[in-house]
Ligand binder design. Structure first.
Ligand SMILES: [Fe+2]
Ligand SMILES: [Fe+2]
Length: 602
């Protein structure tokens, strides 16, 4: 057994095996047999390589063609024919046709390419420091990175796990190689993003918040939205989660806003680190899109799957829109100091990437194969951004509960107002006074804006996408399995009630799974005092009283809010209150809620 093997003194030295198979521990001890009961770890280092064999030499050996290499790699796969494998990741889809690997990437070309990309990232981080990036970067932007980099490594690692699912489900060994590379990519993405977060923490003027992101991520009232996103890659029907939600929708449509729009805005705010890291990430996505498309084509072959595809594309598109547009839309529009009127707004970017590129060239052609596409949802999603102010309402929500976050949100100013009004006409009328109030209430000792007499109505939460139900007129209530739930829109209601049910349009769907658990932040903290909830979340600085979050960017001690400033206010769950109402009260409440509110000056 490995536990009683005395480790040689040279442990950890590169190139020295810890212990070799067959070697005696001491002359009287047993000889270790090379079988699986005594697993021996041998650390190979450069010294162990045959003389003169280096990575360079291996990779520069005269190779075989990439197609031939991909074929031989796939040949090494082994699927037992004498036993039926248990379904580790259940799906209701039928998959009979083996998908092809469109990219035919093999390790020999993969590793040098990725190594080069990593080297460039680390070189650029070093150069940014030497160029004194933190002297010029906008704190407003870096604060929002506490949120962004709390969320994003999680979906990345979830995506890595999804590849295990897809590798198991894909028949044949061709595309398994593609999924393997994607898994390594996703690990790389998660780790370089974690490293970027650490780098900001070490160099930015106010590191508080960066240090707790991994713990804070599952607790904060804003980040649970991101949690729903990453968990959706892994839960429910395996093909729904890993191939449709992740590959066909998130990778193919929404990584553009995540990994292309975000870096552009970062650069405009003097942050040259984020673009380097995220463009390195984005350069892997074309392979992921290819993998997802290949798997989709293989699933499409089976007419029995068409109904499920219709359901899953609808659910995934809508929820990606609800979550990604909430988070990224807000960060891009409200986390920036750059108010150049010639740059595209989030709505314009969305139209170019999601509507023109994705919907018209990828989603729409699926109709040719007999898949029903919900065109109205795509138009509705766009309208929610340009006509119904979805992103602005989410930003209002984030700022309304600034104290429940672990980053600072500063008030919008005249310059911001002017840009918003030019890009989104009518903006000032709906949001101007809110932000003026926010500025006025940013001094410690003021009433937290959530509880001030502004006319703001704290929103319900959507049970499906976990975003707040901010487009009031679209608010929905329904009953599932005898319990009452609230939803941000009709598609969200349909997602919970119909898509995630035991059957879909008469067809049994046992693999789909259910939304369950204590999903809502407000329900978890219902009845709690603000100060106690903040302490419970761990959003307090090392002095034990100053909040991590602040509604301003002042770094002076006299401007900092502490637990005492927020104590005495109680958190209430709108959902629990709704469940307690009589049917008449409830109907009146829903009608009132749908009317919306008008903010008044405090
Ligand atoms: Fe990724
Ligand atoms: Fe990816």
């Amino acid at each position: 057994m490995i536990s009683d093997i005395a480790l040689p003194a040279s442990r950890g030295q590169v190139g020295t095996p810890l212990i070799a198979i067959g070697e005696r521990r001491d002359p009287s001890g047993p000889i270790l047999e090379p079988d699986h009961r005594n697993t021996i770890i041998i650390i190979m280092g450069r010294d162990d390589m045959p003389d003169g064999l280096t990575l360079n030499k291996i990779t520069s050996q005269k190779g075989i063609g990439i197609t031939e290499a991909a074929r031989r790699v796939a040949d090494l796969g082994w699927t037992p024919s004498y036993v039926k494998e248990a379904m580790a990741f259940p799906t209701d889809y039928k998959i009979s046709k083996a998908p092809r690997d469109p990219m035919k990437q093999v390790l020999r070309s993969y590793f040098p390419m990725q190594e080069e990309k990593d080297n460039r990232v680390y070189g650029a981080l070093d150069a940014a420091l030497r160029g004194d990036m933190f002297r010029n970067v906008e704190p407003r932007w870096i604060e929002w990175m506490k949120l962004f980099l709390a969320i994003i490594p999680f979906p990345e690692i979830s995506a890595a796990r999804s590849m295990a699912t897809l590798g198991q489900l894909a028949p044949g060994d061709d595309l398994r190689t593609g999924f393997t590379m994607q898994m390594i990519d996703e690990f790389r993405h998660s780790t370089i993003q974690m490293n970027l977060k650490k780098w900001y923490m070490e160099n930015y003027i106010d590191p508080a918040g960066f240090d707790i992101t991994e713990k804070a991520f599952g607790k904060c009232y804003a980040t649970t939205i991101g949690r729903q996103f990453g968990e959706a890659f892994l839960t429910g029907d395996a093909i729904t989660a890993s191939n449709i939600y992740l590959q066909v929708v998130a990778e193919t449509a929404f990584t553009n806003t995540l990994f292309v729009a975000m870096p552009s805005e970062a650069a405009r705010n003097g942050d040259y680190a984020l673009p380097t890291v995220f463009l390195s990430v984005q350069s892997d996505e074309s392979r992921h899109i290819g993998n997802g498309h290949s798997m989709l084509m293989s699933v499409l072959k089976e007419p029995d799957n068409h109904l499920l595809l219709e359901r899953d594309i609808r659910y995934s598109f809508w929820q990606n829109h609800m979550i990604v547009d909430a988070a990224i839309g807000t960060i891009i529009e409200y986390g920036t100091k750059n108010r150049d009127k010639n740059k595209e707004s989030y709505a314009e970017l969305w139209h170019r990437w999601i509507f023109e590129d994705y919907y018209r060239t990828y989603m729409l052609p699926l109709e040719k194969y007999g898949i029903k596409i919900h065109h109205d949802d795509v138009h509705e999603a766009f309208d929610s951004i340009v006509k119904k102010n979805y992103v602005h309402k989410i930003a209002q929500f984030f700022s309304a509960g600034w104290w429940a976050n672990f980053w600072r949100i500063e008030a919008m100013t005249e310059r911001d107002f002017e840009w918003f009004e030019s890009k989104y006409p009518g903006w000032y009328d709906e949001f101007g006074v809110w932000w003026e109030n926010y500025a006025k209430l940013s001094k410690p000792g003021s009433v937290p804006i959530t509880f001030a007499d502004t006319g703001y109505v704290y929103p319900h939460r959507c049970w499906s996408s976990l975003v707040p139900c901010v487009i009031r007129e679209d608010f929905q209530v329904d009953e599932v399995d005898g319990e009452l739930y609230t939803y941000a829109s009709e598609v969200d209601r349909w997602t919970h009630k119909e898509a995630f049910a035991a059957e879909y349009q008469g067809r049994p769907t046992p693999a789909m799974g259910r939304f369950s658990g204590r999903r809502q932040w407000e329900e978890v903290y219902d009845g709690w005092d603000l100060a106690d909830a903040i302490q419970d979340m761990g959003f307090v600085r090392p002095d034990g009283k100053t909040l991590v979050a602040q509604p301003h960017l002042s770094f002076e001690e006299k401007d900092m809010w502490t637990l005492d400033h927020v104590r005495g206010h109680t958190i209430r769950s709108p959902l629990l209150a709704l469940r307690e109402m009589t049917p008449q009260q409830r109907q009146a409440h829903v009608e009132e809620y749908r009317k919306g509110f008008k903010i008044r000056r405090v």
